[in-house]
Structure formats: structure tokens, C-alpha cells
Design a protein around this ligand. Structure first.
Ligand code: FE2
Ligand code: FE2
Length: 482
């Protein structure tokens, strides 16, 4: 059934949730809005709030045409509240309420758990905007700058989406949580964001691309599992967010791919065959492949931490309750209860990384992380195709899950990227071979000169194959001076 696909623009907040008939929630959101704009002005893209940016705005949830493109100043972007269309007679698909009608209101017994899931998801959305706020100034092209800002405004919209759920369904404590989402700050000592990877810096554009490839993909997996939720408004919100999230990962995958491509081209032109001849490659003004590997090691390992402990009773409880499912739960052929099932979990036993069967219910984080890893490996394969095609002898690999971990079974040990456990001293001695060193960071920073001529690209990155919204190569994606 299709209902209310178009966005209602007659209130301040574009929406397809009938806000104008819901005075209480509309008032609450209108009260929250100025604080959000203050946050955006303080913590959003630095130096470009007056620029005209060619952005897509979600205007509908119709899969055939949900967005329109046009120039807009970011503080005037229409952040809307859009839920995927309601499915008639939707049933809870898993856990102890499997087969019961999906909830349209918060089930009282799960109120706390549900609120926490929404707040944790909500907290990641503004965090990445904060992490990326300095990058506009060093954009390698107007095309890339526009993509950065697109990701930023959509993360802002995702915050709106979560705040709507809090305001509509959680009363006074929902309002409090909504305010707190604007008070925490990425990397802040007193009020940090809730999850580790969202308190790290995003110092340069290669980090940005790695972040959107690896960390936004964690977001995708979390949204996928919340899209299965028995709490129908959460499910519908997440389903629509996923359509936007796809672009964020596209920006990451193609950004890293174009960086790799430019490096390989420059090596070829200069007749350099050894990818490990780092000094010579860097002298060409491109990022050497071993350094790109180190960045991948860093962002992949930080993103793995976002899945939490491999064995978790919280995950089991959320599943039993019907609040958070597995990746593509509705396509899995089993009983969707998992009471007797097991799942192999990686662990340290006698100084080695081994797989041990655990109850499938408590192993749900591990399972989602596995699904994430195989999803992440696909794009890495495409990066390697670019390297192969250029005839360079190098392969990007994802490190073992035991490598460089802060959360879960491997948080107390150190491991090589191949997964061999080593001492802390050995790790410290080799760290700079596996993870970006200070010198690597300084080299990359030295390449981050802005390129603001339409159609021109910084020397370290190849142009994209096609423009956004089919625009020609010299399209002015950002009119910097408004
Ligand atoms: Fe998001
Ligand atoms: Fe995202």
C-alpha cells in the first residue's frame, strides 16, 4: 500500500508523517529546530555556510524519484522527516513476539531498550558532521566538496529522523535525549560522542573516503538490522535512511578508487614498478599504495569496534524482544528464534585466534560483523581490479579481526594484520608499518591543497567517470561565494 509519498512543505519541517495534524510533536520539533541550526552553524562545514551547493533534497519516499537537485545554502537545507511507506499487516519477524502485529506504539516493557537503540544510532549522525567539518577547505575538487556536503546534510537529516522518534514516542525523556544529541561533541573530553570511531579525527580526504567506505558501512549494517524492527516507525525510518546511505558508501568507494587509480597512473607514467618504492612514488605527488593500505587497516579496525562485543546479552535481549534483527532477517531461512542454534565466534584461546561455537542469540554482534566484513570486502576487490588493470603488483587486503582492536575478544591482545598474536612491545615496534604514522599523516596533509576551479582535480586523485545528476565535467557543484 502506498500512502502519502509526497513531502508536506507547508510546515517548517518537510515530512510525510502528517506533522501538521500532530500539533504536540510539531511544537516539540519546532522548539528543537533553533538549537539544531545553532549546532549546524557551529559544528557544520566550516567556511562554506554561505556557499550555494548543488544538493539533492529528499522530497518523497517514492523509489522512482525521491530526490530533487538544486542549489541551496546549507543552513537553509530542508531537513525532513521521511518514513518508508507503511506495509499493511506487517508482522514482527523474529524473537519471542514473532508473528504478532508490528508495534505502532512503543511496547512498555521495552521502552528503555528501544530508546537506547535510537539514541545510539542518533548520536553517530551529528558526530560524523563534526568530524568532517574542516575538510571543505582542502577539497580536491568542487565535485568532491559537493559530495562531502551532501553526506553532511544527510547525516543531519538522519539526526532529525531519530529525534522525531524520540519526540513522538518517548515524551519528556525523549525530549531530553534529543537535546543531549546536540550537546555531545566528537572528540570532546567532557561530553564525547557515544562510540569510539566517532571521536576520532578525520584529518584528510583519504580518511574521509575511508570513513565513508568503512564506517558509514557500519551505519548501513545497523540500519539494516533496525529496519527489521518490530517497532514499525523505527523500521520505516531506517528503510528510508538506507536509500541515502548508499550514496555515502559510493563516495567512499569511488574516492579511494580514484586515489588508487591516480597513484597507479602516475607510477606508470614515471616508469616506477615497485609499489614499495615509497619515496619515489611520493615525489610524484600521489599517495603510495602501502600508505593507502595502512589507512584501510585503521578505518576497518575502528569500524569493527562499532559492532560491540562478539558475545553480548544486550544483543540477545534486543533480538528476543523483536527490536533489532539480523542483516536481511526476512531473507534468512530458519526459525527466527535461534533458541537452540549456535554460531562460530572468534576468540583468543591458548595464544591463538580460534573459532568457538556460541549460542547464536548471544553471538548476534559477531554475525552482523561477519556480514559487514563480507560486504566491505567487495569494494576492496574492486580497488584491486584498478591496481591489476594498471599492471601494478600490489593487493589491498582487510586485516584480521584481531588486529588493532579496542572492543571485544581482542581488546587485551595485540595481533599482526594476518592475525598472529604478538607482544605489546612487538606491536609498538611495528605499529608504523601497519597503521598511518605521524610522517604518513604529514605527507598526506602536504597534498591536501584545495582545487576550486570547476572541472579541475588535485593531482593525487583521478576525476570521476560521471558527474552527479549527469552534470558535465566542468559543472560548478559549489558556488563558493554564494
Ligand atoms: Fe547516517
Ligand atoms: Fe552515512
Amino acid at each position: 500500500m502506498i500512502e502519502q509519498l509526497d513531502v508536506n512543505y507547508d510546515t517548517l519541517i518537510p515530512n510525510n508523517v502528517g506533522l501538521s495534524e500532530d500539533r504536540r510533536v510539531l511544537k516539540a520539533l519546532e522548539r528543537w529546530h533553533p538549537g539544531y541550526i545553532n549546532w549546524w552553524n557551529d559544528m557544520g562545514p566550516e567556511g562554506f555556510q554561505e556557499a550555494m551547493v548543488y544538493l539533492r533534497t529528499a522530497v518523497s519516499v517514492d523509489p522512482k524519484g525521491w530526490a530533487k537537485f538544486g542549489y541551496v545554502k546549507m543552513p537553509e537545507y530542508r531537513w525532513g522527516i521521511l518514513l518508508a511507506p507503511k506495509e499493511e499487516d506487517r508482522k514482527i519477524g523474529f524473537g519471542e513476539h514473532k508473528g504478532e502485529p508490528a508495534w505502532q506504539e512503543v511496547p512498555g516493557e521495552y521502552r528503555g531498550m528501544l530508546r537506547r537503540l535510537i539514541v545510539i544510532q542518533g548520536d553517530t549522525e551529528p558526530a560524523s558532521v563534526e568530524q568532517q567539518r574542516h575538510l571543505g577547505k582542502t577539497a580536491p575538487s568542487l565535485y568532491d566538496m559537493r559530495n562531502l556536503f551532501q553526506v553532511n546534510v544527510e547525516e543531519g537529516r538522519h539526526l532529525w529522523a531519530m529525534v522525531y522518534l524520540l519526540q513522538k514516542y518517548f515524551g519528556a525523556d525523549g525530549r531530553e535525549e534529543a537535546d543531549e544529541l546536540l550537546n555531545r561533541r566528537s572528540g570532546d573530553e567532557d561530553k564525547p560522542r557515544m562510540l569510539g570511531a566517532f571521536n576520532e579525527e578525520t584529518p584528510d580526504w583519504l580518511s574521509f573516503f575511508m570513513f565513508t567506505y568503512f564506517t558509514d558501512r557500519d551505519g548501513k549494517m545497523q540500519l539494516e538490522s533496525l529496519a527489521q524492527s518490530g517497532f514499525d516507525p523505527l523500521s520505516r525510518t531506517c528503510r528510508f535512511m538506507l536509500t541515502e546511505e548508499a550514496h555515502h558508501m559510493f563516495v567512499g568507494e569511488t574516492g579511494v578508487g580514484r586515489t588508487i587509480q591516480r597513484t597507479c597512473e602516475a607510477m606508470k607514467e614515471a616508469g616506477i614498478e615497485d609499489p614499495y618504492d615509497i619515496e619515489k612514488v611520493r615525489a610524484l605527488g600521489v599517495i603510495d599504495l602501502p600508505t593507502i593500505q595502512k589507512k584501510a587497516n585503521l578505518h576497518y579496525s575502528l569500524s569493527l569496534d562499532l559492532f560491540g562485543s562478539e558475545v553480548s546479552t544486550n544483543a540477545a535481549n534486543a533480538y528476543n524482544a523483536g527490536l533489532k534483527g539480523r542483516y536481511q532477517e526476512d531473507k534468512i531461512d530458519d526459525d527466527h528464534r535461534l533458541l537452540d542454534a549456535t554460531y562460530p565466534v572468534s576468540k583468543v584461546v591458548d595464544g591463538k585466534v580460534v573459532m568457538v561455537d556460541e549460542p547464536a542469540l548471544t553471538a548476534l554482534n559477531m554475525r552482523l560483523r561477519d556480514d559487514y566484513s563480507s560486504d566491505a570486502a567487495k569494494g576492496v576487490g574492486r580497488w584491486n581490479k584498478i591496481i591489476q588493470k594498471a599492471g601494478v603488483d600490489f593487493e589491498i587486503t582487510l586485516p584480521n579481526v584481531a588486529f588493532h582492536r579496542q572492543i571485544g575478544a581482542f581488546s587485551d591482545v595485540e595481533a599482526t594484520p594476518e592475525g598472529v598474536l604478538i607482544s605489546k612491545d612487538e606491536f609498538a615496534a611495528k605499529r608504523d608499518q601497519w597503521l598511518p604514522s605521524k610522517a604518513d599523516g604529514e605527507f598526506i596533509a602536504s597534498l591536501m591543497a584545495p582545487e576550486t576551479q570547476p572541472g579541475k582535480y588535485a593531482g593525487w586523485i583521478a576525476p570521476p567517470r560521471i558527474g552527479i545528476d549527469n552534470k558535465p565535467g566542468d559543472f560548478e557543484y559549489v558556488q563558493i561565494h554564494g
